[in-house]
Design a binder for this molecule. Sequence first.
Ligand code: ADP
Length: 780
Amino acid sequence: MKELDHYHDLTTADAMDNLSSLTSMNKILLIEDNPGDARLVEIFLAESDLQHCEVTNKATLAAGLELLERGEEFAAVLLDLTLPDTRGFETLERLVARFPQNNIIVLTGLADKELGVRAVKAGAQDFLIKGSFDSESLAKSLRYSIERNQVLKRLEETQRIANIGNWEYHTATRTLNASDEVYRIFGCPPKKMPALKEALIQQACPLVVLFEIQELVTVGSVAKKDLKIRQKDGTQRYVFVQCSANKGENGHIIFQGIIQDITERKLAEQGMIKSQERYQEIFTQSRDALFICTLEGQFIDFNQATLDLFGYTEKELSEQQNAHQLYHPAERKNEFLLKLKDLQAIKDYEISVVHKSGEMRECMITANILASEDFDGYNCTIRDITELKQAEKLRKAQELARQSTQMKERFVASISHEMRTPMNAIFGMSNILMHTDLDTEQLSLVRSIQQSSQILLGVVNDILEISSIQNNKIIFENEPFDLYDLLNNLVEVMQYKAQEKDLYLEVIIGPGVPRMIKGDKLRLNQVLYNLVGNSIKFTDLGYVKIFVSKLHDIGDSVQLKFAIEDTGIGIPADKIEVIFDTFTRILQKDRVFEGTGLGLSISKNLIEQQGGKIGATSILGKGSIFFFDLIFETAAAFAPSAPPVSSAALLPDDTSFRLLLVEDHKMNQLVARKTLEQKWKNIRLSLAENGQIAIDMLNKEDFDIVLMDIQMPIMDGYEATQYIRQNFPPDKAKLPILAMTAHAQIAKDEKFRECDMDDFVLKPFEPDDLFYKISKYVKI
Ligand code: ADP
């Protein structure tokens, strides 16, 4: 009873203080059937310092138990062992079995003193012998119970705060007695009474896991374990359990254990581990070198990218290398370290690092000082920007190349313009000259002038063409045309040249080749002219034959093959490929053939950009075959085209109409005037030297059509046209205006249409083209 003394030593005042805060603490249950004895207890109590206590008297054990079962709490139960419904030691056993936490003070008769001692051993707090206890000993015994209760309450509170519960399991009774906190941890309502093992199993109560721990423990040993448990509602919690086993009476075992809810800690730990893993992953997988080193440059921690950047092994880097010796050049390194120490952090500092192989890499370094009691160093991110820098250089070089291409293009365009203008004069004047009275010699001289200027014009056109091909500026038409007409025309024109050399020229159209097809007629013509022209040029004896055959029908389209066969000088086998390159010509020992070496290259580009293939086979000295294939839509895919313009569509020669020629170049004025007057004798032609003069004249006079040069001083052709379209009365504003320009580009970029011109005539003009265009627009 050593432990008890401690409580008995507490002063009454202390006890009173504590009592006032706990209401259930002054309630006492008296189970006593003898009214005299019951009365005596009340009198003794009233005499003692516990007079404030409230006594509830029940005469049978059943009545007492019923009250307790209803959940009423009492500081102590005064239990008479001899009752109408029970007697002797069994009375106590029955109460303890149901309510082991209660403070039971057993009341025995003098003769039953032994029973009292046994009762204390079996779980009663104390015993009082009827007739021999007085007010003081009753109060002392009750006070102890009250205080014990208080301690238990505090323990419970402590358990709740600490999230720790305790339990006991008696194999003798197969009952589990657990503190409120244990129940709370498992999410179950607390039970004051011990629970039977079988009942718990049957209810599938989460507490049953406690029995599993017990299986791991033998007498005298202790088991500790972290467990994941499921609460009644399914919520998962983490707990720590510790359990030990001791031998009780009759060899039965008593298991005792504690359980602690460690969910918060566990989750925090798991979160920490996860976040650590994540950062670790970023660290290891980063393509930037990430490392920590001391202020002296000793590597402490680094990732794979660091090893890759510097080229050393892990051991070499951590044991032999110093980060600061790998930075380069020395001045940059010093500046970097000074700035870092000074500012504590540095961002995107450009520096080079030396790889183990000696190779220098251009890098960007970002660093932050890490200062703590036991470490002076910095963390560092190094990004290798060598490739980035190279790409930047490449981009600049490409930009430069693009600019120079643009310049070249502009140069070619302006040169060709400059060449076309005077050629227009030569061509036009020789044309006029030819229609005057000339003797045979003069006529042949004028023809030579005309032919030469035509060749020169062809060269200028080729140069312009190749420059736009190389800049991918070609847009292909897709219009219906008559293939047979095209081929007949080709032969008609080329016949003249072939006959000059006494060559036989014919076209052979294979079975199934459709007449009406859709595609770029002009480009096809251009390629055929080029190939047939070459064949005639390089053949002195024999023939030139043009074969057209059908390769495949593809839905509404057809794949056609064109082959031009000649019996000319042929091409050496090793040159067959290169002749399609720009400016490639095969030099002949004894002869000079005119040409620029551009024709085949242009043809190849035109065919390939339309999805076709071009090639050649040849036997040196025997002849060559040039061939290409192209896909065209067939007649089934489109409506028949308008009939081709015949000479009947031209204005009759005696038509009288008013034409305003806007042109600053004297020579060109003359060529145009003479050409037009030769065709239409009754034409009334007026001249304006620039756009402004043209507008002034239009204000005063009426005209049927305007031929408008584009490049002119004071006001150019575009401006003048726009002014006319926007500012003149409606009938005049709609006047047909034809652009006249030496810019071959105009036809491709359609700028004349954006400027509201109706059409264009290219200088130097083909008279027929000029006549046709005028006839088309003049409405008389
Ligand atoms: P050009 O005819 O203006 O020189 P091309 O690109 O059309 O330029 O032709 C390139 C070269 O290919 C010619 O200079 C010539 O050496 C060779 N070649 C082209 N066609 C024939 C052919 N039918 N027979 C022999 N050689 C040819």
